[in-house]
Design a protein around this ligand. Structure first.
Ligand code: FES
Length: 103
């Protein structure tokens, strides 16, 4: 099964994730610290903010308008690599995302 690594300032958490599972859901199910997912994955809270390294950007679907608007509400700095992890289905292969300092 593909592995998803959540990289935080204090270390990595790597999970086996069924392809297609939203990264937020995978993280919440395994109590990954730093992913909250307050709205349950509806792109309405921005507490599942992650940074997707540029070389992994093509692993995920393009950003919707709703996600783009919600990313204006992140607690931590929005970067060009910012995404909402509830909108990111796990790919068929290993991937790494970085967590912001705060949600
Ligand atoms: S879980 Fe709320 S925006 Fe992703």
């Amino acid at each position: 099964m593909p592995k998803v690594t959540f990289r935080a300032l204090d270390g990595d958490r790597t999970l086996d994730v069924v392809p297609g599972t939203p990264l937020m859901q995978a993280a919440v199910d395994e109590d990954v610290e730093g992913i909250v997912g307050e709205c349950g994955g509806n792109a309405m809270c921005a507490t599942c903010h992650v940074y997707v390294p540029a070389d992994a950007a093509a692993d995920f679907p393009p950003m919707s308008e709703a996600e783009d608007e919600m990313l204006a509400c992140t607690v931590s700095e929005r970067r060009p690599t910012s995404r909402l992890s509830c909108q990111l289905p796990a790919p068929q292969h290993d991937v790494l995302v970085e967590l912001p300092e705060e949600q």
